[in-house]
Ligand binder design. Sequence first.
Ligand SMILES: Cc1cc2nc3c(=O)[nH]c(=O)nc-3n(C[C@H](O)[C@H](O)[C@H](O)COP(=O)(O)OP(=O)(O)OC[C@H]3O[C@@H](n4cnc5c(N)ncnc54)[C@H](O)[C@@H]3O)c2cc1C
Length: 528
Amino acid sequence: MKLINSDYLVIGSGIAGLTFALKVADYGSVTILTKKTAMESNTQYAQGGIAAVFSDDDHFELHEKDTLIAGADLCHKDSVKILVEEGPERINDLLNWGVNFTRDEAKNLDLVREGGHRVKRILHAADMTGDEIEKTLLKRINENPNIRLLENYTAIDLITEHQVLGNLQYAFNICFGVYALNNTTGDVEAFRAAYTLLAGGGASRVYLHTTNPEISTGDGIAMAYRAGAKISNMEFIQFHPTALYHPDHAPFLISEALRGFGGILRNRDGKRFMEDYDTNLELAPRDIVARAIDNEMKKNGDKCVYLDMTHLSPHDVKKRFPNIFKHCKEFLDIDITKDWIPVVPAAHYICGGIMTNLNGQTSMHRLLASGENAHTGVHGANRLASNSLLEAMVFSHRAAQKAIQNNPMSFDVIIPDWDDSGVDNSEEWGLIRHNRLEIQTIMWDYVGIIRSKNHLQRAIRRIHLLFDEIEDYYKRTHVSKDLLELRNMTTIAYLIARSALSREESRGLHYRTDFPQKVDKFQKDTVI
Ligand SMILES: Cc1cc2nc3c(=O)[nH]c(=O)nc-3n(C[C@H](O)[C@H](O)[C@H](O)COP(=O)(O)OP(=O)(O)OC[C@H]3O[C@@H](n4cnc5c(N)ncnc54)[C@H](O)[C@@H]3O)c2cc1C
């Protein structure tokens, strides 16, 4: 078995993984593993921007307060304070690395406002902020001789004392690296490191409708859970109210800005249904709009609702939303100035994840986590728009500082070969495809925007059956990327459903019909 040693091992090439890699590269060798191409990540698709206090009429207390209000009394105040106060320094890192944020005519950074922010504090690169950040970071990574970035490697599991105990005097709860599948050759290789950072991103692909790309299967969280690390607040899933609906079309976000511009939500009969739900109509908070759409779809048995822009000036709509106009026209032949846009709410962001302290350290030694993989406590029960890219920057920086300070470990631990004796190549693609869809459907129907004890229990029963079937298949067959993802998705589905069942209240993004109120005794994290 091939064994590769590095001082720092990073799983994931989004903003969290790349930031950490750039920060530690002066202090040791770095290996980054990424599942597909380096660009493919949630980061790449971020449209809106990154929040930070930069304008004269803004201040730290205000950003903190907006974050805490969104988080519905579940944010960790110390994490939020760090996020906000260290935010501008991390934006300066991005500027120094060469990120081109949009500027106004006077060449000042163009700050915009988003839902929940009381002042203009969102830096952006037109409506393709993530793309600009990802490209720039990758440029810096590729220039750095200490960093090796390996594409098409799927991390399988953490290497802990379970694997190496035979050759250790004593060990307790330590991460020594990962086993990973080389997707190209089909071989499993071992990556040994003094520090491992999990930065595998989100998990929203466990839902039928999502804005996330295919890589978002929660692998890092599932790996950490299997290794015994603490996982927290998995029930808080942010559903974006409007993603483009088409059964055969890849996820595409229909930005909130269209509703801000005057777009009207209608059901199949043309009724402006938001009149029945909130006096702010289409501009009610995201979770309220998402719940209203979900309710309309369930009430009428429809697969989507519609966003109507046809009453607005076609010239203005095209000018303001050139990408969305082009995308809908090119891929679905929908002219948004003449046709209603079919939309559904879609899983967008997971607030919970691998529990970390203020320095990105998990409950396992030498295992760090950052970005959407991690639960740092900044989002509480609901994420404030554009705080997630910032969170990844701030806490990857802190994790890097921690890893640099500590002594590197010597490489004397012997990593056993990956044991796949007795397995065969029975590629039951039908099983993988079918089970994947089943998990996504169960999660959408029973663990989605509106939850109840009955539905959650039903989901857990079915997830258990799927889990047993998949584990059995996993033990009998050679690993493949699809199988690894399916296994991880089942674990993530279980973690979300179990956490949602245990939280007998409604708070932030978590809404239970049987417990519709916020309850004081649940003002704490759900830890598994
Ligand atoms: C459409 C969209 C719009 C968004 N808009 C905004 C916005 O405007 N502002 C904002 O703050 N946030 C936004 N977000 C959220 C934000 O983009 C993400 O939370 C953030 O980019 C996460 O960064 P990350 O580095 O943690 O993960 P990602 O960027 O998702 O990177 C994860 C990486 O891990 C790799 N990986 C996963 N599993 C494995 C494995 N087993 N082995 C090896 N590699 C693996 C992936 O291939 C990928 O490279 C948006 C998200 C989406 C989907």
